[in-house]
Design a protein around this ligand. Sequence first.
Ligand code: HEM
Length: 224
Amino acid sequence: MDLDRQRHKARRQVASDNDARSAHDILRAETAAIHKRLHADATFSALLDGRLSRKDYESLMCGMYGFYRPLDEMICSAERDLISIPRTVTYQPRGPMLANDLSALGVDADLLASILTCQDLPDITSPADLTGVLYVVDGATRGGVLLNNCVSRLLGSQSTAGRTYWDWCRQSGGAHWRSTRQLINHFGRDKAAIEQMTLVANQTFSAFENWLAAVIEPDEAAMV
Ligand code: HEM
């Protein structure tokens, strides 16, 4: 076989490999770089390695609360307006769980009310947009199971006070993740929808990464 024909065959093979990948495979592959970057983030890596202080854990939870509070509202209203497919479970807002944890950590109601909220979030105007966002926030429960153990060690207690969000990831995150995967599969091989989901998933990851970088002081995530 001459070189041109070999190249042509190889290109066709790559194209058909892409066609063979499920929407979920594509989402996972196309967001892998930013997901990996989050693992290396100073706060998350300190939490994973058992080096995060309680004060920095509180900052992380404030940051997450400020991210999820507005996003919860957007997701809940989009779910009502855009999704007609029956779902086994619907989105569980994270804000109330995170507020509960902050209060257990000693953050009073006035401080909670003053926590800045993220305004730079992706637009959710189509079912594919919503699915891209749900991919990130429900997928995040998988890492949450691991982090739940780290937070339990950090807080030095078996009680879930201060970590009900992470414990919810462990107990209920799997059902939400399954439901979101079903939603993703519902798009089958619709290329335009998969491209849109991937775009919005990356925007959601970036919004989270940028938000945490803006609200958590770099030296706050230093070792204890
Ligand atoms: C140190 C922090 C984190 C760790 C250790 C971690 C770890 C993990 C692990 C172990 C999985 C399961 C992989 C599998 O079953 O194949 C996972 C999946 C996932 N995580 Fe993370 N994660 C972290 C942070 C995050 C954050 C902050 C987000 C989102 C904002 C996130 C989004 C996701 C998504 C979307 C998936 C699903 C990947 C797939 O398609 O299978 N993760 N993570």
